[in-house]
Design a protein around this ligand. Sequence first.
Ligand code: SF4
Ligand code: SF4
Length: 414
Amino acid sequence: MAKREPSITTENFTAVQLMELDSCSRCGECVDWCPTYDASGQDPGLAPRDKILRWREYMNQSYGLRAKLFGPKEISEEEIEQFKDDVYGCTTCGMCATVCESAINTVELWESMRANLVKRGNGPFGKQGAFLKLIGEYKNPYMEDNANRVNWFPEDIKVEDKAEILYFGGCTAELKQRKLALATARLLNKLGIKFTMLGEDEICCGSALIRTGQYFINDTAKVNAQKNVDNIKAKGAKIVLYACAGCFRASKVDWPRLTEKELPFKVMHITEYLQGLIEKGEIKWEKSIDKTVTYHDPCHLGRHVGVFEPPRAVLEAIPGIKFIEMERIEENQRCCGAGGGVKAGIPDLALGVASTRVEDALATKAELLSSACPFCKRNLSDGRDAIGAKDLEVEDVVVLAAEAMGIDLSDSPE
Ligand code: SF4
Ligand code: SF4
């Protein structure tokens, strides 16, 4: 009789990850802090601990001693499909990794499980399945002509053909939330900083493909990362600035892995760059923003890469702002709900998480909830609307900085 093949493979798991599966002590700390488990009404399938224990069991059934002696035990397709649904009900926010007493890098585990399931034909989830085709065909996930990335810039904006500083705008700010791209470009112009951009040669950073496990079945994410790196190099850039936390994380952490090389330039979030200018006294504020403002740490900017202080330094430097913190901040921040493909795949879950985060902001009595990522801004705005908190403004730190520098953004397309 032919020996049964294991239902799942180990091919994209590192040795460390296989050991991590065994190191979970079942303490349950991650369950208490998981935003999607909470927003789902404590759906047991979404509990991070239980996803690790289930995958560990699948590995044992497929490759454990019993499997070696008697052949792997079949895992039903129904069970794998349910597991797929559960592992995609996660924003990859990283909160479970922060509190894990066994120091398990859970985010990378979720992404590896997703990649394994995509390869197997189960993942990704819902509309996330369109990312690969769209990014391959259009170079962005919004089905927009890639030439439209910056061809809408008003005539006053000066973008150099080549420069040592390059602003990587990202699909969302260039094609959907253009006020952020406009604010960033005008702010750099006003500071007299010569910068260049990739324009229609810019390709999606790959975040959507990587976070949803779609980097393992073909080389789209890898090829695009290399093209972006090559195009940035050809522009003569030494520093690349980002106002999108997702693009920043993908460039800083994922591009070196995908291209298997160190980046030939430095990457910085724009708030890090602005903090340096503020410290040197190089920013002249022209307007006071007389509001109580709180700040939401984007997961991809904070927990994923450790940029906590710069956005706060920018807000605190803006005249008139009374800065106030929410209870859960920095490493312990509660996710906005948009990441990990959840906004595209499971929008109701994204909205539930966002609504809770907006409640956190309302508890501070702030008039304005700021963040430093267009995805956070979009989802927090949706959460604000969902709970009817119409008096709470939601705005990006960079837009606030530009306005305080006296920059007019009233001609912003959106
Ligand atoms: S990464 Fe965030 S959403 Fe995903 S399981 Fe961990 S705590 Fe929950
Ligand atoms: S916090 Fe870590 S050790 Fe504890 S149950 Fe969660 S994954 Fe396991």
